[in-house]
Design a protein around this ligand. Structure first.
Ligand SMILES: O=c1nc[nH]c2c1ncn2[C@H]1C[C@H](O)[C@@H](COP(=O)(O)OP(=O)(O)OP(=O)(O)O)O1
Ligand SMILES: [Mg+2]
Length: 426
């Protein structure tokens, strides 16, 4: 991901904290943030807004010069540090201005990380672009060591601007066409790595459409959207679930159009219906006004009074299939049931969450049938006890997908949802 940072609010921070060394808090924030970025695998490159020509013209004088110098020095320092891993860093600012504050070629030669992707550029606004175009026929002799200008470098994915101002100013206008913009409610010096993590987490759940309509709606039934009809969004972070649900809703509900949103929604502790209600209301916020479907799936061991239940995800992640099996060692009863609770909410003014439950009995066994194409999650350790000879005594992972969708907890819950939807949509 290419991250843009606009460190806004340094001067206001100074007014609020007159005893602080000028710009020191903003400078530490810059240093901290860049080194934090280098520890985040998801962040491949960072464009940092140092100072634009527009900025300098509007706010001439010591203040701006000092801020630029301080931030650049901080950047230099952070580049001098051994970063956790190479990070393509790019500072955007006005070249002549920067030249006055730091020895520019120095910046280039000091950093092993600066390459053509992170060379400082002065094209951030239309006036910059015009100025640069006018020099194309005769490159300025004063800057022979600068790398060539790339007018359209790789686009930004996410731009973060703290400081209570919700605009781009002249930052990367050409590269920000489809960037997501976030404006944390604090001044730059108060923006912490934890806040950055929170923004990145939220960004991860954002469906990016790049100006288009996103993924083609996958249709159920006849497929075509009727006039005025909205598609229903299934919100889940789990691809295995999505695949099954697409197939489960592919018929039986005329006119239903299922789209999907990849989002890991917050999950409360509580009973499954409660979890699903909260999950459903959280999903509404992501679905842009569409009705939403969410589900929560539990795996309940009878010997343990129904645990791990909705918490199976965390148990599975922590101890794996072998660990789930070991939890039942010492008990004779290895029976279990899988349960899916589906939540549906029409959205808009209607906040009622309709809840449907499906359950399938089975028992916990040593993993069978996992691997390529062999189910997901705890499928390999759940041996089904229901259905017919294609499903009884067979783990979900060993089963044909069509067979799982005949007997599974999910199929039963979504079967009830389908009956409900067929009633409300006709
Ligand atoms: O049919 C299934 N067969 C095997 N494993 C399954 C199944 N269905 C869910 N699972 C796993 C996924 C997760 O480890 C836990 C449920 O947690 P759960 O919160 O419902 O799922 P999730 O977090 O993966 O997706 P979501 O974004 O919809 O919450 O059991
Ligand atoms: Mg979940």
């Amino acid at each position: 991901m290419h991250l843009g940072l606009i460190p806004d609010g340094n001067s206001r921070h100074l007014l609020l904290h007159p005893s602080a060394a000028p710009y020191a808090p903003g400078v530490s924030a810059a240093e901290l943030m860049l080194s934090h970025c280098s520890s985040l695998p998801v962040v491949e490159s960072v464009s940092f807004f140092a100072l634009s020509r527009d900025n300098a013209l509007k706010r001439p004088g010591k203040l701006t010069g000092a801020a630029t110098r301080a931030v650049l020095e901080a950047c230099l320092r952070s580049l001098g540090e051994p970063l956790a891993r190479p990070l393509a860093l790019r500072f955007l600012g006005d070249l002549p201005l920067l030249d006055r504050t730091v020895a520019f070629p120095d910046l280039l030669s000091k950093s092993p990380l600066l390459d053509e992707h992170c060379a400082p550029r002065n094209i951030t606004s239309v006036s910059d672009l015009c100025a640069s175009l006018s020099t194309l026929s005769s490159p300025p002799p004063s800057s022979p060591s600068l790398p060539p200008l790339h007018i359209l470098p790789h686009d930004l994915d996410l731009i973060i601007r703290p400081g209570h101002t919700r605009r781009l100013s002249s930052f990367c206008l050409y590269e920000s066409a489809y960037a997501e913009l976030r404006f944390p409610e604090c001044l730059w010096p108060d923006f912490t790595p934890e806040m950055l993590d929170a923004v990145l987490e939220e960004f991860r759940g954002t469906e990016r459409r790049f100006g288009g309509l996103g993924e083609e709606p996958k249709t159920g039934g006849e497929g075509k959207l009727e006039r005025g009809e909205k598609p229903v969004a299934f919100v889940t972070g789990n691809k295995g679930k999505l695949e099954e649900v697409r197939s489960l809703l592919s018929d039986g509900v005329p006119g239903l159009v299922l789209t999907s949103l990849d989002a890991d929604l917050p999950e409360l502790q509580g009973d499954p219906a409660e979890i699903v209600r909260e999950k459903c209301l959280a999903a509404l916020g992501r679905a842009g006004g569409s009705p939403v479907i969410v589900e929560d799936t539990s795996l309940c061991f009878n010997a343990l009074g129904g645990m791990p239940g909705p918490y199976v995800k965390w148990f599975l992640e922590a101890v794996g299939h072998a660990g789930l099996n070991k939890m039942l060692d010492g008990f004779e009863d290895r029976s279990a049931y899988a349960r899916t609770v589906v939540g549906y909410c029409a959205g808009g003014a209607d906040r009622e969450v309709h809840v449907f439950e499906g359950r399938t009995d089975g028992c916990i066994v040593q993993p069978r049938g996992g691997g390529e194409g062999g189910g997901f999650g705890w499928d390999p350790v759940f041996e089904c006890a229901e259905g017919d000879d294609r499903t009884i005594g067979v783990t979900y992972a060993e089963m044909d997908k069509v067979d799982k969708n005949r007997v599974s907890h999910r199929a039963r819950a979504f079967g009830k949802l389908k009956v409900f939807l067929a009633g409300t949509r006709n």
